[in-house]
Design a protein around this ligand. Sequence first.
Ligand SMILES: [Zn+2]
Length: 600
Amino acid sequence: MPRIRKASSATRPAAAVPAEWDLSGLLSHPVRDSDLILKQLDQQVSQVEARRPALAPDLPVGGFQDILRLLEEIASLSSKLSANAYLWFSEDTKRAEARSFKTKVEERLAGLQNRILFFDLWWQSVDGPNADRLMAASGDLRYHLETIRRFKPHTLSEPEEKLVNLKNTTGRSAVNTLYDLLTNGLTFTLTLNGRRKILTREQLSIHVRSPKARVREAAYKELHRVFGGQQDMLGEMYSTLVSDWKNENVTLRKFSEPVAARNLSNDVPDEAVTALLSACTQNAGLFQDYFRLKGRLCGIRRMNRYHIYAPHPADRGRYRYPDAVRMVLDAYRGFSPALADLVRRVIDERHLDARMRPGKLSGAYCYSAVPGLTPYVLLNYTGEARDVATLAHELGHAVHSMLAADHSVFTFHATLPLAETASVFGERILSDALMAQETSTAVKQGLLISQLDDIYATVVRQAYFVLFEKTAHDMIAKGATTRDLSAAYLDTLRQQFGKAVPVPDEFRWEWLSIPHIFGSPFYCYAYSFGNLLVLALYQQYRRQGRAFVPQYLELLAAGGSKSPEAILSRVGVDIRSAAFWQSGFDTIAEMVSELERTAD
Ligand SMILES: [Zn+2]
């Protein structure tokens, strides 16, 4: 792995575009060091195994904590190793060495994980009073221990669990790698200013936001031509993944329905998810009104699905990377200097890989391996306003886990429903800071439009992905083909957009291009959850001002040490209530009215 020579942050221009990130905080030489680490892990696992005969419900607290400490060490070391494998792979998904390293690490870790599986199974079998006795003395690990027990009704026998783990590395995980490999290798052809250009997915997707209607349309058509061209391969991968999900979660683990497995791992009651999704369908009309209005304000002659992300004429165009970094830092500083310092640390330690290049994993993510190690952020910076927001977003993830660094490796990660809180809040902080600086009505109109576009893309669009997935999982169980699924997808789009935004037929292929639908079934409602939640929290911030900040930082610092419901109830949020989700949409409705007023 090419490691950049060490440079002190004092001698380096603070905001230079980072060429590649510095992974030396993980392993200096992954292939060589990993053997050493795997050996060390092997020894630690043997130590846990040696304690197996002592496991009994009346196990003394000391012995129990001894095992927990070993398990924490194993989890930390494993997590560093898998982080290294994944980050290295993301730098260049075409590098064979990185791919085989990732596979090797996954297989070896799954093997080690299998050897300590008995602990979780034993822990699930401990009677209530003894479990309470042991948890009472486990401090921060309590929620982690509760989490293991929560899965008891859906846990198989030890040999079965081992088999599932082992087969997953060559099963669903291999199919996911194939999906990444195939889709990251796709290229797209677009004629721009009379010249044919070969583009990556990332480069192509810039053009769906082009100021020219013809280019937006051509970009979508090309996206769907290429993905539609892979329908057989991708459709087969999808039905494999969906059948695997059903076989494991419904048939073997006895979940009531496919989405219930995701809900339990999110620790969100099924009824809260239902309330969230129905709030989204009930408010689809709000975005239909918005897109009608947007069409008028942006001079779009005939609004349809090609044009929903059209830029406002006052959009400022491109942002240089150093300016983007400065804007994001300033915005965070305006909200809380402590948060800005954490953001600064990610940048100064060069844990940020922003440069776009062929083979690099598309999209953006933040990877927090262990508490105390500054998280790593990957993005593909193209200079669009959207990328500045992505920067604020991913750095929000980073500060979230940095604030929670006092927790154990088992409890510092926010659980999924809260995982998007700090990231989306970061985006709100950024857009608010930009709004506050603006004096021109036209530019304000542009900012409101870009915020509403984002809210659409992260709330309603994501909810409809999940609604589609629910249908697709049902349909595949009944033998549906890729064509059937695509027709169903087109239906959900048409329900979503109504008459306000006609959806051309080719959008039936769009779902093939959404990685989460393949890689993490039902994941996307976490975005709707997180975004609506943040809209509500941001209202609280506006009302309470400074007094809100410590309360919010405390919410982030809780990481994943309690259930989402418990963490949120401390700030007065009830996730089961329809009224709460509706309040998020009320905030959006206010923004649409504000936009309407700028039109007068
Ligand atoms: Zn995110």
